[in-house]
Design a protein around this ligand. Structure first.
Ligand code: NAI
Ligand code: HPV
Length: 387
């Protein structure tokens, strides 16, 4: 029986996906975590923890080095909430271009006699512009960014994307109408609207700061529905105060940007739709079961992709450092235990490598084999799976 621990609201559809080999509980010794935005940076991971799945996209709440050192694979559920963010972003683009929040706030407080007279007099204050023909820069054209870019293009916007790490899969999703910028500045310089859809990491923290803001044209509106900190709030406020930027729309509130007419904040609701939460929970449950039961890896954040059909009675998986002679040491340990290898595959991603070995027969007691492999220096975790 596998134990799955959760830290955030996970919809029932996800729990329903687990077979009766799984128990959802709050044990301190879980095999798997199924999480959303909980910050795990201060947590000491239990040794038994084999997999963390973040139902959603952003994994900056998971300490990857710590997870790897513990032999814990980390996954997200790619694309599960991308449409939800896209739809919110489209709403925000329209809201920005039509002064929607200020206009609605005015109307909500416009009471008493002569409403219609006052309305007709005051409505010019809320005159907007149209999105048609305006330029939108999309920084990060992955699952969310590509949908935003395509939808904006369908509204008649001129869209330019910037993403130096774009995967070929992601490239297939982008309409041919979207222009490609070679540098961040090239994307920003003519944009009426700029939106970021990048993961938060060392490189992207503060990427929209003084330099990027000064590369934008006067009257620009900036959107950050990716993560707090990708846009530097202090520099954003300076751009707003000087009149260089017109507005800032974000899903990530913080004290310094509160109570301003030119800043619109939503409470991190980008992925908060029933559909997105169901997609994430179901995809998350399936990812946990697939990894625990087959050891196959697809779209992990800290492990390379590696999948093979599991057709033998036993499978051994080893997560280890990506250094010379690891495969040799693993093969020798198995040979010493008189275990014949039926199939063996190995892949690496940055500093981490992963090996899958399929065997027909075991000669030693299970625990001994796993112990032998676990004692090889630079092995993070070895597991024995039965078909
Ligand atoms: N507000 C919310 O509730 C939500 C926020 N998000 C945030 O949006 C981010 C993006 O989500 P997805 O599109 O699903 O992820 P994704 O991984 O599909 O796309 C991210 C894209 O950013 C690109 N990128 C990485 N570094 C870059 C850089 N320095 N400059 C330009 N592009 C760069 C990558 O190549 C990739 O194509 C997530 O990491 C998360 O932080 C995602 C979903 C919901
Ligand atoms: O998927 C993401 O990156 C999100 O930001 C969504 O967060 P949530 O699952 O709604 O806490």
């Amino acid at each position: 029986m596998y134990q799955v621990k959760t830290y955030n609201a996970i919809v029932q559809a996800g729990f329903d996906r687990f077979t009766d080999q799984y128990q959802i509980n709050q044990t301190d010794d879980a095999d798997a975590y199924l999480i959303r935005s909980v910050d795990l940076h201060q947590q000491v991971f239990p040794k038994n923890l084999k997999v963390i799945v973040r139902a959603g996209a952003g994994f900056n709440n998971v300490p990857l080095d710590k997870a790897t050192a513990n032999g814990t694979a980390v996954f997200t559920t790619p694309g599960s909430n991308a449409n939800a963010v896209k739809e919110l972003m489209m709403a925000m683009l329209v809201a920005a271009s039509r002064n929607l929040f200020a206009a609605a706030d005015y109307a909500a407080h416009n009471s008493g006699a002569d409403i219609s007279k006052r309305t007709e007099r005051d409505k010019t204050k809320f005159n907007g512009t149209e999105l048609l023909g305006k330029q939108l820069a999309v920084i990060g054209v992955g699952h969310v960014g590509s949908l935003v870019a395509n939808a904006a293009s369908q509204l008649g916007m001129q869209v330019i994307g910037y993403d130096p790490y774009l995967s070929s899969d992601a490239a297939w999703r982008i309409s041919t109408k979207i222009k490609r910028a070679k540098t961040l500045n090239a994307a920003l310089k003519n944009a009426d609207y700029v939106t970021v859809h990048v993961p938060k990491n060392e490189e992207t923290t503060g990427m929209i700061g003084a330099k990027a803001l000064s590369a934008m044209k006067d009257g620009v509106t900036v959107f950050n529905f990716a993560r707090g900190g990708i846009v530097n709030n202090t520099e954003m406020l300076k751009a707003l105060d000087s009149g260089h930027a017109k507005g800032y729309f974000t899903d990530f509130g913080s004290d310094e940007i509160l109570n301003r007419q030119d800043v619109v904040i939503t409470p991190h609701i980008g992925g908060s739709t029933g559909e997105a939460e169901t997609n994430g929970a179901v995809q998350g449950a399936e990812t946990i079961m697939d990894f625990l039961e087959t050891g196959n890896v697809l779209n992990s954040v800290n492990l390379p992709n590696l999948s093979a059909p599991f057709n033998t009675p036993y499978r051994i998986t080893v997560m280890h450092q990506n250094i010379p002679n690891m495969v040799g040491q693993i093969a020798t340990a198995l040979a010493d235990a008189n275990i014949n290898i039926e199939n063996m595959s190995n892949a690496a991603k940055d500093k981490v490598a992963y090996t899958i070995i399929d065997v027909q027969h075991l000669q030693k007691h299970d625990g001994e084999i796993i112990d032998c492999l676990s004692h090889i220096d630079a092995v993070y975790r070895a597991r024995l799976l039965r078909k």
